[in-house]
Design a protein around this ligand. Sequence first.
Ligand SMILES: Nc1nc2c(c(=O)[nH]1)N[C@H]1C(S)=C(S)[C@@H](COP(=O)(O)O)O[C@H]1N2
Ligand SMILES: [Mo]
Length: 197
Amino acid sequence: MKNILPPGQFKTEKWPVLHQGDVYEFDEETWSFKLFGEVQQEITLTYSEMMALPKAISTIDMHCVTTWSKFGSVFEGVPMRELVHLVTLHGDVKFVKIFGYYNGDPFGYSSNLPLESLLNDDALFVHRWKDGIEGEWRDISPKHGYPLRFIPPSSFYLWKGTKWATGIQFMKQDEAGFWEELGYSMTANPFKEERYR
Ligand SMILES: Nc1nc2c(c(=O)[nH]1)N[C@H]1C(S)=C(S)[C@@H](COP(=O)(O)O)O[C@H]1N2
Ligand SMILES: [Mo]
């Protein structure tokens, strides 16, 4: 569903910045990314190990629950799929929680998503982007989640896009993340206007 405005949204050309807490300052020495939860063995990746994984490029519309939508940004990043390939999942894993920094706590922010909707090229841990196909590649800025932030498929509101991402928890049962605990939707489909729960 590209270039379609979900109900109650307006189109913006800019990319607004929204988050709670401080902007994380990247330090390669201490940065790591953890795959944990319902896996046979946990894995911790360094920044260079993460960046050496296969990448994909996708054009993904962003829909923020505060009612702006931005169409046609081109993102490059490591697909969720490639990270799933690194671990052996226990049976019945259906959900993930994607963690990120909140005020210096690497696991302070999180958001939950169903794993099966994240296995295509439109579910990326993004390191750079272009403002439309004609644009120039640039790094994701610190405010937007540098060095690595998740961009969810456009069938989810953008709060599911954890900035300053630090890990994925694999889960058998759905569990609320940061905004979901505060009353936002577990499923968060903008086309069905699933804002709250
Ligand atoms: N780590 C972290 N990621 C976060 C947030 C946050 O507070 N902390 N806010 C979320 C919300 S509510 C939105 S709308 C998007 C906004 O992304 P943007 O600032 O790049 O537009 O980031 C999401 N990811
Ligand atoms: Mo948001």
